[in-house]
Design a protein around this ligand. Sequence first.
Ligand SMILES: *[C@@H]1O[C@H](CO)[C@@H](O)[C@H](O)[C@H]1NC(C)=O
Ligand SMILES: *[C@@H]1O[C@H](CO)[C@@H](O)[C@H](O)[C@H]1NC(C)=O
Ligand SMILES: *[C@@H]1O[C@H](CO)[C@@H](O)[C@H](O)[C@H]1NC(C)=O
Ligand SMILES: *[C@@H]1O[C@H](CO)[C@@H](O)[C@H](O)[C@H]1NC(C)=O
Ligand SMILES: *[C@@H]1O[C@H](CO)[C@@H](O)[C@H](O)[C@H]1NC(C)=O
Ligand SMILES: *[C@@H]1O[C@H](CO)[C@@H](O)[C@H](O)[C@H]1NC(C)=O
Ligand SMILES: *[C@@H]1O[C@H](CO)[C@@H](O)[C@H](O)[C@H]1NC(C)=O
Ligand SMILES: CC(=O)N[C@H]1CO[C@H](CO)[C@@H](O)[C@@H]1O
Length: 458
Amino acid sequence: MKLRIGPLIFLVLQCLICCTGAVDCAPASQSFTIKTPQNVSDINTCETFTGNIVVAADGPEEIALEGISTINGNLDIENVANLRSLSSKSLKAVSSFTLNNLPKLSELSFPALKNFTSLKWYNLPVLAGSAITAGLPGGEIQEITIVNTSIKSLDWLIWPVGGQLNISDNAKLEKFSIPYGTINAGSTLTFSNNTSLVNITISSVSGIYGALQISDTAISEILFDELETISGYVQLNGDFKNVSMPILRQINGALNVQSTGDISSLCNNLEQAASSQILRGHYECNANVEKSPVNPTLTATTTGIPVSIIPSATKSPSPIPEPSGGLSEGVKIGISVAIAVVVTVLLVFLALLCFKRRIRAKVQEIEKKPKPSDSSTDLTPPDTIDPAPPKELESPRIRVELASGRQAQELDARERVKEMEAAHGTSELDSPITPISRAGSWWTIASDGPLIRHELPA
Ligand SMILES: *[C@@H]1O[C@H](CO)[C@@H](O)[C@H](O)[C@H]1NC(C)=O
Ligand SMILES: *[C@@H]1O[C@H](CO)[C@@H](O)[C@H](O)[C@H]1NC(C)=O
Ligand SMILES: *[C@@H]1O[C@H](CO)[C@@H](O)[C@H](O)[C@H]1NC(C)=O
Ligand SMILES: *[C@@H]1O[C@H](CO)[C@@H](O)[C@H](O)[C@H]1NC(C)=O
Ligand SMILES: *[C@@H]1O[C@H](CO)[C@@H](O)[C@H](O)[C@H]1NC(C)=O
Ligand SMILES: *[C@@H]1O[C@H](CO)[C@@H](O)[C@H](O)[C@H]1NC(C)=O
Ligand SMILES: *[C@@H]1O[C@H](CO)[C@@H](O)[C@H](O)[C@H]1NC(C)=O
Ligand SMILES: CC(=O)N[C@H]1CO[C@H](CO)[C@@H](O)[C@@H]1O
């Protein structure tokens, strides 16, 4: 009898170890779905998980990812009805971190998270606070989207974002600070419909080479104390009473300020600086404008003000033509042609990209090490400068599509040839294709998309 029970117990134990201990940390399916608390303990045995982690719609109330430190993939939590608390003291790196439609999520804490390419948080109605790393991030951040939450403060969000930063529909958000010195080319910062937002601190920004859009906030005063150059696009809409840009000298892109409040001081100063040739470039500044009655996107075709940016170094500011009513036949044809051209350019660009990657693969076989990069134009914090592997397809140069009725805009010639910045990888400099881009052809348009096509909200 004893002889029979012994092996049996051994077998049972063996099986238990098998079933509970052995979690596949790199499953062939490339994905792990958390449905039960047991699944959470299981995944926590993986220090590194390769694949995406998702949560089932009827997943648990609380998820504490303690033990896992790297996710070589995404953490994607959407439409989970009961999730209340999500945290990890151990997680340091994840590719993309998405939270969407979590009606009960109120606790969110990832104090060790230092390395991610995107954070996309949408529709988190009861989330009032969050704690992400306090330190400098290790990788390059391409996108941060925080939309429709009850977050009051985003003090931790202090790093430059290579692609898009979109802070919208956060009714409780009160202030935001942009502590870095430039808004880089390829980077678009959007703040819209944050009804409690009274203060954006932007006084350390000296150059805007990407885009900055601020609309429908409660900000009454915004001081661009250090701003000297706008090479991209700045659009401010709101109830501002005081907007100041005391040392603005150069507008190579576009500046458009519309306020229901009295900002005539700004408009007058700009006009004066322009007429005495201190300020070069185009701007549009309107004080005491009527409040736009409805959702801007609905009226875009009738109230959108097309601004054409002409090479303008020597021109003084001139008024931009009033928009006409609906779309004329000519404009419609123009748009169709533009769409066709854009599609063609995209296709050719993609083809070239494939070609380029193949060539680069060959080049990299020959010269294993990337060149030390030129960081003179890159003001990302020192920690982020260490060269990340080139990520051509995940480029932060996110294409901003034109809505109908809006015009594509070209930047002037000096803006055309832009090398990728240091933190974006260095291989661009080595690429045999680069000469084509130097020629300033369509290739440049395709690779610098958001720089060249800017969307003008109404
Ligand atoms: C999660 O737990 C359930 C039940 O405990 C189990 O059936 C399922 O296989 C687990 N999922 C994973 C990915 O381990
Ligand atoms: C905000 O999120 C909540 C919860 O998902 C949703 O019900 C609501 O429609 C969202 N509001 C907007 C403006 O998207
Ligand atoms: C960031 O994480 C990725 C993998 O997720 C890794 O390849 C990369 O080396 C990390 N970067 C730093 C600076 O830690
Ligand atoms: C920012 O998010 C809002 C809300 O989802 C969206 O309507 C808007 O288009 C986004 N802006 C950009 C520039 O992506
Ligand atoms: C503005 O944000 C609020 C929530 O903060 C939302 O209910 C409303 O629909 C948003 N408006 C627009 C036009 O997106
Ligand atoms: C905005 O915040 C900054 C920094 O906290 C502060 O110095 C400034 O006075 C504030 N401005 C307004 C209008 O509250
Ligand atoms: C705007 O604010 C600045 C800095 O606080 C101040 O010097 C200036 O007088 C203000 N202008 C108006 C018109 O209120
Ligand atoms: C679209 C929208 O909700 N706009 C609001 C944004 O915030 C300002 C100031 O609080 C409101 O007046 C707008 O109605």
